[in-house]
Design a protein around this ligand. Sequence first.
Ligand code: DC
Length: 226
Amino acid sequence: MAHPAAVPVLTIDGPSGSGKGTISRLVAERLGWRLLDSGALYRAVGYAAGEEGIDLSDAEAVTRCAQTVKIRFQASPDGGETRVLVNGHDATDELRTETAGAAASAIAVIPSVRQALVDLQHGFRKAPGLVADGRDMGTVIFPDAAHKFFLTASAAERAKRRYKQLKDKGLSVTLTILQREIEARDERDASRPVAPLKPAEGAVVIDTTGMPIETVVEKVFAVVRP
Ligand code: DC
């Protein structure tokens, strides 16, 4: 078996609503590579901690939870969205809410929680390659990645995209509140001392404001050339 470090990685980091989730999935599909949705891991830890009645500011208890939680990604039998199982429970629907996003962002500031998820993330690096989606994929988790991207978009556009996503999934939200929540979350993700949200050195930065998904994918492949 190839040494994990020999397996190519492409990282896509950026704030929520930058389009990185969709782009990462499409790029992984086109390359035939595996996909790591690292945000789902932080969401799963926040969710599991909440289920256990843990106070999210209790760093020790949340860390214990991060070290022991069982997270499994399962392809949907009907070809739909990948299901995320947390301690055996299909928590896909709960994990995509803004509440879960805020909980994830809150526990993601705890260094020992981030540490607890490192090996799990490295484990996704398997042949023929990995597309890693998150906030610190290119800076901390896969610093040796062959290709690094950082997607951004204006706060207003990111809020609009998230609004549409959540509405499509039948969740009730208002645009103004959503934009405020997104800005607060990005501010926390970008200003934390450990693994803050920022472009990795050498990352290709793509501002996706007003850009159709296919154009963003083309921009990625203009650099990657499979
Ligand atoms: O990508 P997402 O919205 O599912 O991520 C949810 C939160 O998890 C995000 O606000 C910050 C945290 N996160 C992180 O700190 N590092 C990552 N690599 C991915 C997510």
